[in-house]
Design a protein around this ligand. Sequence first.
Ligand SMILES: Cc1ncc(COP(=O)(O)O)c(C=O)c1O
Length: 375
Amino acid sequence: MPHDESHGMSTRSVHAGWEPDPATGAVKRPLVMANSYVLPSDGNYDETLYGYARDLNPNARWLEERLLALEGGEDCVVTASGVSAINGTFLALLSAGDHLICSDISYISVRTMLLEHFPSRFGIQTTLLDTSDPEVVQAAIQPNTKLIHIETPGNPTTRISDIAAIAAIAHAHGALLSVDSTWSGLTTQSPLALGADLVEHSISKYINGHGDALGGAVFGKKSLIDVIRKFVVKDMGACISPFNAWQIMRGVATLPIRMERHNANAMQVAQFLETAPGVAWVRYPGLKSHPNHAVAAQQMQGFSGMLNFDLVDPSKRADFISKLKVFVHAVSLGHDESLIFVYNDYNGSEFFRVSIGIEDASDLIADITQALAAI
Ligand SMILES: Cc1ncc(COP(=O)(O)O)c(C=O)c1O
């Protein structure tokens, strides 16, 4: 159902993509697991109608409508996972001989695709560099540069890249800018308004919010989303399951209030870590000490829930994790519960990557305090 653009983010997150079920009057969208749909008897069938669930299914479309009302853009396509949304976008838009610039800090499967598969197997040239410096990006542009992809905040180091500055560089050269905005949790930044052409999310993370379903999404101009939808969902078959779409749509209803808590909790934990005994350093985009704080403060409204820190004695990392009682030792992010694990920045430097959840900040700080004391 079209959303009311005058409504605020919280109202849109609850109402967009929703209407009472016409068959039953149910006040929640049903889960429609059918693989195929009855076709019109006059044979007038096109891809805007439901025909086969891989191409489009009602739960996927209702989720797309809700997400579109939050992120913006002319259209949105949801996919099986964040990785299929991002790598699928590259494969849908790039051909042999094209050049892609990407942050050298990005999600591991994106990095692996660019380093291990693109140049040698598909003839797509890739340059991985520090996108937090627009001049470095500018210097890497080639005549065949078709796409610049940034992840901001970047996984795992929370690197921030200047979306508006890099959009200007891309457009001056006729290239597109794609932004993986997963770590922003959607509510804290609007890449399309800052000039990005495409935005991707792993909707397995903050957007679902409960760590119990996988999905991805891409937003942008309809002409681009049509190409990506056909390639990724129809031709590659990386469609979201109706159940995951239904589950994630339920999660989206609380995204704005959850993000308020993630933002506030992470700021409190980061400030605590700055002076906690036994902690060597902390990196959080909301702290003045973060190397890209100025850009983060300019382009984000809230700094999301991801941070890094390390111990004065790194040999005690495993011991520290074993002493935590509230934080869960696990990968992923954007869940209700706080998550911690040891990550590296691909250059051999290791640290804790922490996803601050929506628990009481005082309990998170007390948990860290007792674990630090115990080691
Ligand atoms: C920034 C970012 N992009 C993409 C992904 C991949 O998402 P998914 O696990 O849904 O494929 C992740 C997963 O951690 C991520 O952190």
